[in-house]
Design a protein around this ligand. Sequence first.
Ligand SMILES: [Zn+2]
Length: 265
Amino acid sequence: MRVHHLNCGTMRLPGARLVCHVLAVETGGGLLLVDTGFGTADIAEPARRTGAMRRVVRPAFDPRETALHQIRELGFRAEDVTHIVATHFDLDHIGGLADFPEAQVHVTAAEARGALSPATLLERGRYRRTQLSHRPRLVRHEPTGERWRGFAAARQLTSVDDGVVLVSMPGHTRGHAAVAVDAGGYWVLHCGDTFYHPGTLDGTPVPWSLRVQERLVAHDIRELRSSQARVAALRAAGTEELMVVCSHDPALFEAARARAATGGR
Ligand SMILES: [Zn+2]
């Protein structure tokens, strides 16, 4: 499948510029988005939609960065987006859902529970009802049983495409997942917020602001560390046919874009 890499939200923390890495995947059954970044509603009403979070990560709120704008630039219409797979329901990942109200929104059942019935102080703070007030067409998945490259729980999303796998990767949120996409000749593993910076996986320096943020918003830090260790092992194995990316690192985003532009070589 042809995969486009879009930055749907530039953010800033001290010493770090962040992107919102979104995949737009051309499947046989329409366009699939993996996460959405910020959407037009966030830009129209930043205070109501994003709350105090916008003061911490200072999103650019640039209309040209929305997934809606960028897929139109690629020649698609909003209605062409038939499926969206969300790594999790933090607002910087689902702000654009309301721009594609007809799309089916795939998520783990655990993540939907966390967002719709928040059980902890952290969950009550991070999930904002306004992001889901348009009542998206949620499709809940229980990724259990199937194994995927060392991960115990995964689910092939056959209703989307055979080349799309939801991989349970909890820790950042209770139902956080990664999404693996067959890009034709290689796979892209989008790890969402399992890590913010490649240094978390390979031991190179990570800006302090990212280390602090990671701890502050972790639903379960031990689960997160265990997920990170598994991704690190996968990445260290260094196979050409697997490209590991995350939501917010600009260098991994640019590398993914460059590889897609050369047809995956
Ligand atoms: Zn995030």
